[in-house]
Structure formats: structure tokens, C-alpha cells
Design a protein around this ligand. Structure first.
Ligand code: ADP
Ligand code: ASP
Ligand code: MG
Length: 439
């Protein structure tokens, strides 16, 4: 049995947390490859080391003094080293970090030091080999993850060692400079390592007992999900269920390696299994709910639009010319609505509107801001009638005005558009109808 175990920031925020992690790893000989994040928050209101590194590097980049800030970061690691009673001296590491900051090595390099240093500590604590992710995880010239090269080099390297620590979140570009994944990217590293190790399971240890039906910051004590498919999970994580990075399923999915989300603070809980496919029914018609705020809708009206060949292409070209990607495009007979991210769109709205009039000659274009999108996801919805109807009536009951409802062709998800201000109320109403009352 070979397992890859990734531990998130809160699981490694202090020496105490490291000890829990050590116990978890030592309790199962299969836990051979460990992917740590940088230390996260120790308590509410604390800072994540990654955020401290970004802020510290910003000072360096502006040519300002950053001695105190770097000292605070060093203290975070020192506290862990001392708490674990390790004979480990990181002074030399911090001297080179300081030099590289002064030489403006870049914010990617800066952020990556969070996992790099935690990896060194973890390897010393466990007595495992340390493998610098820069030597085994690669990006191409364009900055895209280079899956083939990585898999070749990393699998050969792992085959040489029984037990190793590979820090999460970063790799290197062809010229050797450090590049990170997007925030939360240690989940992606864990998946890459699991694939390269041809592991039996990828365990992702965090601070909740698995994937919950809804965001615990919105629903109090939501019920956990026992089993979820890669596709369902992708829909939920893309739509903001932050527990796992949205790209983390791709590497393991190629090898059909299951992901098991577990809680470092409650290791006896089974957590959630994320699998390729399953005959297990989910407890409820829906598997999960997630959502994001901050969208705009661009509603384009034109009589007889449906019979105009190429109308959709012209509309999308107007967005493409401004480099804007779209999120959803529900359509009616004479209307088509394009949902876009507000922060990307807001500076370019007039340019897009002008392109729309030039290319598609609509009768009217109407823009609405401050919208949220909610995804209701479930493999069980395919075989159940009336799910959309139930969502509608639950939302009407809660006085939420539904701006849009769109059922994906896979029948795996229903996307609902509401005002940002109605976001939490809408999620609560959907949770109530499908989970609490279990209709
Ligand atoms: P880590 O540091 O271990 O990577 P994250 O903070 O990235 O952990 O992810 C775990 C957090 O995700 C939880 O503490 C929880 O607040 C949040 N979260 C959001 N949606 C969900 C969900 N549907 N299920 C579980 N947790 C969720
Ligand atoms: N430390 C990084 C972040 O805070 C990566 C991670 O934790 O996955 O985004
Ligand atoms: Mg995370």
C-alpha cells in the first residue's frame, strides 16, 4: 500500500499540529510521501506565512527595509523547530532568502519559501528524505504545468526513495526560476505526487472532516459527504467550495487514484472519498452546494436572434476581443445572457458593449452587476424529476429573486443566479429543502 499525504496550512501551523501530523503518518506505514503546505493560521486573526512572505517581498521589491518582517517569518519556523526539539539550524536558509529578496528574485520565489522551509522541517522531524519541488515539478516556457516532464522525472526520483517529503505549491520554469501554482496549490502538488508514485490513495488532510454539503461559514454544521465523484467535485470546487483546489483532481483522475479528505484534528473520522465513479447513492438528491459572488450579466436582446446564423459567435467574439472569458450563457428565443466575472469586466464594459453593437447589431444590451452564481450539484439529479422546481419554490419562499437558472446538459448541476445580497439566504434555503427537510 502506498499513500501520498498532503497536509494543509492549519494542520502545520504550530509544533502541536506537527505532532498530530507525525502521529498520523507514523500510524500507517503506507504513508510514504508527504506534501506539506506552509504554516497557516494558529488562531483566528493570525497570519498565514504565505501572506507574510508576499507582504515582506513587496517591501523588498519597493527597495524598502524588510528586516523586521522577515524576522517575524523566521520566528514562526523557529517556534515550530523548538517545539519539536529538533536540531535544525535554518539561519543559512534565511540568509540566502534575504539575499534573494534583495536581488528581487520575484514574488513566486518569495511565496514558495513557505512550503520549502516547512518541507525541510517536516523531513527532519520524520527522518524522511527531502526532495526540493524545484527539481521535480516543472512548468513550460508559457508558465503552464508540464505534466509529461514532471511525471517522468518525479516518478523516477520517487522510485529511488522509500519515504520522502516534497513541499507543495511550487516548481520551476525551464530557466530554473521558481513558479508557484495559484493560491491553495499544495493540493495540486499532492495530486501530482500521487500520480507519479502510482499511489493507492491520495489523502488530503485539512481542518474539516471531509467535503461538506455546503460551506460551513454559511451553514452551521453542514452534513459531510461520504462519497463524491471527480466530476461533481470539480463543479463544486470550481464554484468556490474552497476545501480542495479546483485543479487538484486532474493528475489523480488520469490514474483513477481516489482522494480521501481527512481532518488532522479528528483522524478517526472517515472523511470524504472522491472517486472516478460509484454505484453508491448520495444521501440526498443533491451532493453539494457551492457558489461565488461577483458576477455581471450582459443581457443581449435581438428579435429573431435564434434564426440568425452566427449570432452566438458574434456575441462571444465581442467578449473575446477584450480578452474576457465567460462563465455561463443561458439563452431564450430573443435573448442571450453572458455571465462574466465583474472584476475582469468592469474596466472593459464600454469596449465590450461597443463591440457587441458593431458585431451583433442587437436591439438592446443591458448590464447588471453584483450577482452571485450558485451551483447545486448531484449525480442523483439525473434520475429525479422536479429538482429545478423545488429550488425555485424554496427560493421564492425565502424571498429570493432568481435572476437566472440554467441546467447543465450533463444534468449534474443546476446553476442559479441571484443578487450578491441574497447569496447566503439562497444557499440556506436550498440546503433546507434538500437536506434538512430531505424532500
Ligand atoms: P488547507 O489549509 O488544509 O488547505 P483550506 O482552508 O484550503 O484548508 O480548506 C479548508 C476550508 O475550506 C475549511 O476550513 C472550510 O472553511 C472551507 N470550505 C468551504 N467550503 C467547504 C465545503 N463544502 N466543505 C468543507 N469545507 C469547506
Ligand atoms: N501556502 C499556499 C497558500 O496559502 C498554498 C497552499 O496552502 O496550498 O495559498
Ligand atoms: Mg487549501
Amino acid at each position: 500500500m502506498s499513500k501520498v499525504v498532503k497536509f494543509g496550512g492549519s494542520s502545520l501551523a504550530s509544533a502541536e499540529q506537527f505532532q498530530k501530523v507525525g502521529d498520523i503518518i507514523r500510524s500507517d506505514a503506507g504513508r510514504r510521501y508527504v506534501v506539506p503546505s506552509a504554516p497557516g493560521k494558529r488562531f483566528k486573526g493570525d497570519s498565514k506565512v504565505t501572506d507574510m512572505l508576499y507582504a515582506c517581498y513587496d517591501l523588498a521589491d519597493e527597495g524598502r527595509d524588510f528586516g523586521r518582517e522577515l524576522g517575524e517569518i523566521k520566528a514562526r519556523y523557529q517556534e515550530i523547530i523548538e517545539g519539536l526539539k529538533l536540531e535544525l539550524d535554518i539561519s543559512q536558509e534565511f540568509r540566502s532568502i534575504e539575499e534573494n529578496f534583495k536581488a528581487k528574485a520575484g514574488s513566486n520565489y518569495a511565496a514558495s519559501r513557505g512550503e520549502y522551509l516547512n518541507g525541510i522541517i517536516m523531513a527532519a522531524y520524520l527522518g524522511y528524505e527531502f526532495i526540493d519541488a524545484a527539481e521535480v515539478i516543472f512548468f513550460d516556457e508559457e508558465g503552464n504545468f508540464d505534466s509529461d516532464k514532471t511525471d517522468k522525472v518525479l516518478s523516477a526520483r520517487l522510485a529511488e526513495c522509500q519515504r520522502a517529503v516534497v513541499p507543495g505549491f511550487y516548481g520551476s520554469l525551464p530557466d530554473g526560476t521558481i513558479k508557484t501554482f495559484s493560491r491553495g496549490g499544495s493540493d495540486v502538488t499532492g495530486s501530482i505526487v500521487a500520480k507519479a508514485a502510482r499511489a493507492d490513495v491520495y489523502e488530503n488532510w485539512t481542518d474539516v472532516s471531509g467535503f461538506l454539503i455546503a460551506d460551513p461559514r454559511i451553514i452551521e454544521n453542514p452534513i459531510g459527504i461520504d462519497v463524491i465523484t471527480y466530476r461533481e467535485l470539480r463543479e463544486l470546487s470550481y464554484m468556490g467550495a474552497g476545501v480542495l483546489h479546483e485543479d487538484a483532481i486532474f493528475p489523480v483522475r488520469q490514474e483513477n487514484i481516489p482522494i480521501n479528505i481527512r481532518n488532522t484534528n479528528a483522524p478517526e473520522d472517515n472523511g470524504t472519498w472522491i472517486v472516478g465513479s460509484t454505484c453508491q447513492k448520495s444521501k440526498y438528491i443533491i451532493t453539494g452546494i457551492a457558489g461565488k459572488k461577483g458576477f455581471c450579466s450582459v443581457n443581449i436582446e435581438k428579435d429573431m436572434m435564434n434564426s440568425e446564423v452566427g449570432f452566438g459567435r458574434k456575441v462571444l467574439q465581442a467578449f473575446e476581443e477584450s480578452g474576457i472569458s465567460f462563465e455561463h450563457i443561458p439563452s431564450g428565443i430573443d435573448t442571450l445572457t453572458v455571465f462574466v466575472h465583474q472584476d475582469e469586466f468592469v474596466h472593459k464594459e464600454q469596449k465590450v458593449a461597443a463591440s457587441l453593437y458593431r458585431l451583433a447589431r442587437p436591439d438592446a444590451v443591458e448590464i447588471e452587476a453584483d450577482l452571485a452564481l450558485i451551483a447545486v450539484v448531484g449525480r442523483g439529479m439525473k434520475s429525479t424529476r422536479g429538482t429545478a422546481g423545488r429550488i425555485f419554490s424554496a427560493l421564492a419562499h425565502a424571498n429570493v429573486n432568481v435572476k437566472m437558472i440554467d441546467q447543465g446538459s450533463s444534468e449534474l448541476n443546476i446553476i442559479i443566479g441571484v443578487a450578491n445580497d441574497d447569496f447566503e439566504t439562497a444557499i440556506k434555503a436550498i440546503y433546507d429543502i434538500f437536506v434538512l427537510t430531505n424532500l
